[in-house]
Write a protein that binds this ligand. Sequence first.
Ligand SMILES: [Zn+2]
Length: 159
Amino acid sequence: VSSLVRCPLCLVDDDKVVDSRAAEEGASIRRRRHCLACGHRFTTYERVEELPLMVLKRSGQRQPFDRRRLVAGLQAAAKGRPLSGHILEGLAVEVEETFREAGGGDVPSDAIGRAVLERLLRLDEVAYLRFASVYKDFGGAADFGRELQLLKATAPKHH
Ligand SMILES: [Zn+2]
């Protein structure tokens, strides 16, 4: 399921998203788009789908997907690394959207963890390894609050 987005200049539906970030406190997603037909750049705001996206943990617990917690976990993993907050937010938005576009519903925490790691590996190896170790120990990337605590406990002290 892909949304139809037409270029406001040439009206062709063929564009590449060059940047995604949360807007309106997470209620919508602002995208910078580049029309592949005419080269025009434009911005769209999309409402976050109202479809519930639930994380199914290995313990059998279900909880609503919480992008802010994911971003917090990513920020902890990327501490001291050259990754800006908006890059990490974009990653979280992309992962969330992948699952929402696939229909939402119950998504195993493992699948979310893998989707995050796949993207993190392309960005920064150190952040990837940190996130991966915590994710493995806690059996699911949904335990972001606990991951954050662990990272705080194990992060090297800077003097
Ligand atoms: Zn165009």
